[in-house]
Design a protein around this ligand. Structure first.
Ligand SMILES: Cc1cc2nc3c(=O)[nH]c(=O)nc-3n(C[C@H](O)[C@H](O)[C@H](O)COP(=O)(O)OP(=O)(O)OC[C@H]3O[C@@H](n4cnc5c(N)ncnc54)[C@H](O)[C@@H]3O)c2cc1C
Length: 399
């Protein structure tokens, strides 16, 4: 009986599990995650802003486990010893495997900016996203006590895809924040600080303009071309030309970038920022029985000669591919190479506004927000199946 282990029940890990569970003979699977639930990382900004309860973007991992071949262990992965085919878990010790899928996802990248770890909130899982929302509400309470204007300021560091989606959801919940502080909605200010001169280089001018026009209409203070030099308590220090300036804010959220799980480097894989340049079949360059997929993996895009960006879309595709390749290996068949063609990407700015590319076609406004929700439902379907779509799917099309 071959032993397959999957580390991490995010998009990539659960998609691999679904593929493996299509066959039920000749192997057993163990899937490990630190949480009892899977969370939709693409919706974390909504929990952080308080526009969705965390239960809406999670479901129990046991719901998608077929107990006749799969065991779920809720535990923390400490280290992988690929040479000895072992995984070290915090509470349940050492586990042996024949085939391993590493899908441990992302962590926040501070790029060594002083004070970022200490004074900014990250948004990488359910706990950290909930902390952001709690911090905003606590800051609004502090404003009531102190009348210090800084508590009404929310600073988002980074205007990439995640930062902009977060800003959109924060705008949507400004009324709740203002009510809590006992002020007008216009008194709560959302800042977005970005080193690059413009935002979202992956989108064309028309889509960027749609986004920028809306942010301006919603009074978002978009501070592009302002490199963050450091953070202090309730303060973002940034460069304005040659001059260093400070922005005071009761809530500071860090969304400048991500790298792959720290377990990758700690386990001795050849990596860069927690990502391994895998072979075309998605296995590690040294170990043919170790698949690295999702945000811990780097696959070259032959068009740009750079690794594909890490997204849920590619993580899902890699999960399915790794699952199929492991089934082939168990059956003594050759593996196949991974091929990826992006279906485009759509960024939401609040519940009813979005913009992006579907294939090569621009979509924006309400139709784009509809497309975005259908994309979310599709990824729920890919990991959790119809049951989870019915229970947790996004059908809030008109709010
Ligand atoms: C706010 C936000 C919005 C986004 N929007 C989009 C979008 O619109 N479209 C898109 O394609 N992508 C989007 N992304 C990117 C996307 O979420 C990631 O690329 C995707 O989650 C990667 O999938 P994964 O399976 O590799 O990892 P994850 O989904 O992060 O799953 C990793 C799993 O591993 C578990 N884990 C981690 N470390 C350990 C450990 N040591 N022990 C045990 N378990 C562990 C975690 O609990 C988690 O369940 C967004 C990301 C964010 C944060």
């Amino acid at each position: 009986m071959k032993k397959v282990m999957i580390l991490g029940a995010g998009y990539a890990g659960l998609r691999a599990l679904r593929e493996l569970q299509k066959k039920t003979k000749g192997f057993e699977v163990t899937i490990v995650d630190r949480n009892s639930y899977h969370f939709e990382s693409t919706d974390l900004h909504e929990v952080a802003a308080g526009t969705q309860p965390w239960g809406k973007i999670t479901y129990e991992i046991s719901d998608v486990v077929n107990p006749s071949i799969t065991t779920f262990i809720q535990d923390e992965v400490i280290e992988i010893d690929a040479k000895n085919q072992e995984v070290h878990l915090k509470d349940s010790g050492v586990h042996q495997y024949d085939y391993l899928v590493v899908s441990l996802g992302f962590r926040s990248e501070t790029f060594g900016i002083p004070g970022a770890e200490e004074f900014a909130l990250e948004m990488i899982d359910i706990d950290s996203a909930r902390k952001v929302h709690e911090n905003i509400l606590a800051a609004m309470d502090k404003y009531k006590e102190t009348q210090d204007r800084k508590y009404l300021n929310i600073a988002v560091c980074g205007a990439g895809f995640t930062g902009i989606e977060l800003v959109g959801s924060l705008v949507e919940n400004k009324k709740e924040f203002a009510n809590r502080a006992g002020v007008k909605k216009s008194d709560v200010t959302i800042y977005c600080v970005e080193a690059a001169p413009s935002i979202l280089p992956m989108f064309n001018d028309e889509l960027r303009k749609y986004c920028l026009d809306n942010l301006a209409k919603w009074d978002v203070e978009l501070m592009t071309g302002k490199a963050i030099k450091g953070l202090k308590q309730d303060t973002v220090v940034y460069a304005d030309g040659e001059v260093e300036k400070e922005l005071a804010a009761g809530t500071i959220i860090w969304t400048t970038g991500v790298s792959g799980s720290e377990i990758i480097g700690k386990s001795g894989f050849e990596e860069r920022r927690g990502r391994v340049m895998v072979k075309p079949n998605l296995t590690d360059p040294t170990y043919d029985n170790v698949y690295l997929i999702g945000d811990v993996s780097a696959v070259m895009d032959p068009e740009t000669n750079r690794p594909y960006p890490t997204t849920a879309q590619i993580a899902l595709k890699m999960g399915a591919h790794a699952g199929r390749n492991i089934l082939s290996q168990i059956a003594g068949q050759p593996t196949t190479d991974f091929k990826f063609e992006s279906l485009g990407s759509v960024a939401s700015i609040g519940n009813t506004h979005a913009f992006g590319l579907v294939g090569k076609i621009n979509v924006k406004g309400y139709p784009a927000s509809f497309v975005k929700k259908m994309i979310m439902n599709k990824s729920l379907l890919d990991t959790g199946g119809v049951k989870e779509v019915m229970a947790k799917g996004r059908f809030d099309l008109y709010r």
